[in-house]
Design a protein around this ligand. Sequence first.
Ligand code: 15L
Length: 267
Amino acid sequence: MQRVLITGAGGGIGRALRETLRGVYPVLRLSDRMALTPSRDGEEVDQTEIADMAAVERMVAGVDGIIHLGGNSGEAEWPVILQSNIVGVYNVFEAARRAGVKRIVMATSNHAVGFYPRSQTIDHRVMPRPDSRYGVSKAFSEALAGLYSDKHGMGFLCVRIGNFGTQPIDKRRLAIWISPRDLTQLVRIGLEHPKVRYEIVYGVSDNRRSWYDNSNAYRLGYAPQDDSEPYAEAVLAAEPPGADPIAERYQGGTFCAGEYTAATQRE
Ligand code: 15L
């Protein structure tokens, strides 16, 4: 990997990876729809709206690998999801194919499977159960990655990211938290592992309270360093009482409860 592109480089994960991947690859190309801070040694800075295919073609020219973080990072009205997360991800994968990019790390999300109950441990083989239009767009990105892998031979690591941060922020996040160094490790596996063709893994640390069987990540060599448990006592003590029962029941939490109108729960 000579030149690695990070899309959505201005977001929380993008800003962290800009630091942790600094010097790992000879050139980091950093792109966002918003202006980024100026480039330093070993960096190229770019401003691209990913819904614009011509601009995306310029953005991917000459890169060997892509970490695709760009798009809308939460629930939104359909026109926003459609442009940023459906048209946007299509443009990135298709432009990457045309440019001969061999490897993409796709930032998908726990919300692609958010309607699994917290009582169930799920692995990378479960069917999508999106909890939002946002979750549907992430399931779409996983399916699109499958197409480009099968049909065009491109390599994809789809990372269903839980919640990224320096520490877990609430009870739900105790199960799905991922630290900056653990996510950096997973991203590097996605770019560098010689055998990645199409894989789904969970982007979570080694959390004792995890809802995931992340054996597929471990098979690829992932050895997370962090666990949310040391934060649990303080996080649970600060948890406000009276949580919504739908949010409490499902892994996706408030993403499941938002706009919920079903009279009965799906089995
Ligand atoms: C996500 O997919 C979002 O991008 C992030 O903002 C958080 O909401 C996270 O999931 C979460 O579930 O905590």
